[in-house]
Design a protein around this ligand. Structure first.
Ligand SMILES: Cc1cc2nc3c(=O)[nH]c(=O)nc-3n(C[C@H](O)[C@H](O)[C@H](O)COP(=O)(O)O)c2cc1C
Length: 335
C-alpha cells in the first residue's frame, strides 16, 4: 500500500477527527453526493458526505441506510440550516448513529448544534469570516470548513487564499479547520496543510468521478469547461437579494439575469409585492440543479461547478483521484 508519511503527519488531527485515512472530504453536492459517490469516497479512504438538500426525513433515512450498505467506513451528512424539518433530520442522523453532521447554508438555529451533539455526533460548520468562526466554535462546533468564492455552488465573496490567511493563523493551532474552494491539485492541499489546516474539502474535482451518478452530459460539460466559464450569478437589483451561485455559463444563467430584470419591473409597476418578487427569484433555480445533474439538461439547468473545473478532464474512480491528490501533496511537501 502506498504511504504518504509527510501528508499523513500533517493530516493526523483531521484523520483522527473524521475517523478515516486521508483528511480529504468530498463536500456535499446536492443530487451528486448520494449513496454511490459517498460510499466510494469513504471506501477510498476519504470522507464522503451525503447532501440532504431538500430531502424529507424519510428520504434521508433511506439514503443513509443505503450508504451504510455500501460502506462500513465513516461518512457525514450535510444538512441545510433553513430546512423546515431540520430537527427531524437530526433525529434521523441520530437513529443511524451518523458520526459527523455538517451544517450548511447559514448560522445554525438555536438548539441544533446541541441536538446533534446530544446524539453523540460531531458538528462541522461553515465560517465565512473569522468573527463568525470564533462564535461558532464557542457555540460548540467541533470543526469548521472555510470555503472561498472559487468553489462551486453557493458562495461567499472572499477568495480561499485570503480566508485561509485570515483564519488559519488565528485558529488552526487550537481548532480543526478544513479549507475548501478552488482546490484541484495536491500542491494546493500541501500549502493549506502547512498553514495549519487539518484537512481539505473538494467538490468540483469529485463531481465527475466514475461512481458519481451525474448524467453523462453533465460530466461532459465539466470536461469541456475552463476556469473562466465557472461564473458567479449576478444580483441585478439591490431589492432582490440573490445568494451568488457559481455554475457554468449557459442559457440558464443568462435567463436568470433576465428573470431578475423582469421581476424588478413587475415590482416597479406595483404588479407584485416584495414577498412575491423574492419568491419568484428563489423559485427560478428550484430544481435547476436536478435538471442538469439527473436529466442532463446542461443548457437550461444549473451546472454548478467551481473554478477548478478546468482541472477536471476525465472520468476517474474516486480512489484514483484521492491517490493522485495525495501523491501530489506528498511530492510538494518533500521538496
Ligand atoms: C454541483 C455542486 C453542488 C453543490 N451542492 C452543495 C450542497 O448541496 N450543500 C453544500 O453545503 N455545498 C454544496 N456544494 C459545495 C461543495 O460541498 C464544496 O464545498 C465545494 O464544491 C468545494 O469547492 P470546489 O468546488 O472548488 O472543490 C456544491 C458544489 C457543487 C460543485
Amino acid at each position: 500500500m502506498t504511504t504518504y508519511p509527510k501528508t499523513a503527519a500533517l493530516m493526523r488531527r483531521g484523520t483522527d477527527f473524521l475517523g478515516c485515512e486521508t483528511a480529504i472530504m468530498c463536500g456535499a453536492m446536492s443530487w451528486v453526493s448520494e449513496r454511490n459517490l459517498v460510499a466510494a469516497i469513504s471506501n477510498a479512504g476519504g470522507f464522503g458526505v451525503i447532501a440532504c438538500g431538500a430531502m424529507t426525513p424519510e428520504l434521508l433515512d433511506r439514503e443513509i441506510a443505503a450508504t451504510k450498505a455500501l460502506t462500513s467506513k465513516p461518512f457525514g451528512v450535510n444538512l441545510i440550516t433553513m430546512h423546515p424539518g431540520l430537527f427531524d433530520l437530526i433525529a434521523v442522523c441520530r437513529k443511524h448513529g451518523v458520526t459527523h453532521v455538517v451544517l450548511a447554508g447559514g448560522i445554525p438555529p438555536k438548539g441544533s448544534v446541541e441536538a446533534i451533539k446530544e446524539g453523540g455526533a460531531k458538528v462541522i460548520c461553515f465560517a465565512p469570516t473569522l468573527a463568525l468562526a470564533k462564535k461558532l466554535l464557542r457555540s460548540g462546533a467541533d470543526a469548521m470548513v472555510i470555503e472561498g468564492m472559487e468553489a462551486g455552488g453557493h458562495i461567499g465573496p472572499v477568495s480561499t487564499s485570503v480566508l485561509a490567511q485570515e483564519i488559519l493563523p488565528e485558529l488552526a493551532a487550537d481548532h480543526l479547520i478544513f479549507v475548501a474552494g478552488g482546490i484541484g491539485r495536491g500542491e494546493a492541499i500541501a500549502s493549506y496543510l502547512e498553514m495549519g489546516a487539518a484537512g481539505v474539502q473538494l467538490g468540483t474535482r469529485f463531481a465527475c468521478a466514475t461512481e458519481s451518478i451525474a448524467h453523462p452530459d453533465f460530466k461532459k460539460a465539466f470536461f469541456r469547461a475552463s476556469a473562466r466559464e465557472a461564473v458567479a450569478s449576478v444580483q441585478v437589483d439591490p431589492r432582490l437579494p440573490v445568494i451568488p451561485v457559481r455554475a457554468l455559463k449557459n442559457k440558464g444563467t443568462e435567463e436568470f439575469t433576465a428573470k431578475q430584470r423582469e421581476v424588478a419591473a413587475l415590482l416597479d409597476a406595483g404588479e407584485v409585492d416584495m414577498g412575491e418578487a423574492q419568491l419568484q427569484i428563489e423559485h427560478f433555480w428550484a430544481g435547476a440543479l436536478r435538471r442538469a445533474v439527473i436529466e442532463g439538461d446542461v443548457e437550461n439547468g444549473s451546472v454548478m461547478a467551481g473554478q477548478s473545473v478546468g482541472m477536471v478532464t476525465k472520468e476517474e474512480p474516486a480512489a484514483d483521484i484521492i491517490a493522485e491528490l495525495m501523491s501530489q501533496c506528498e511530492a510538494a511537501l518533500a521538496r
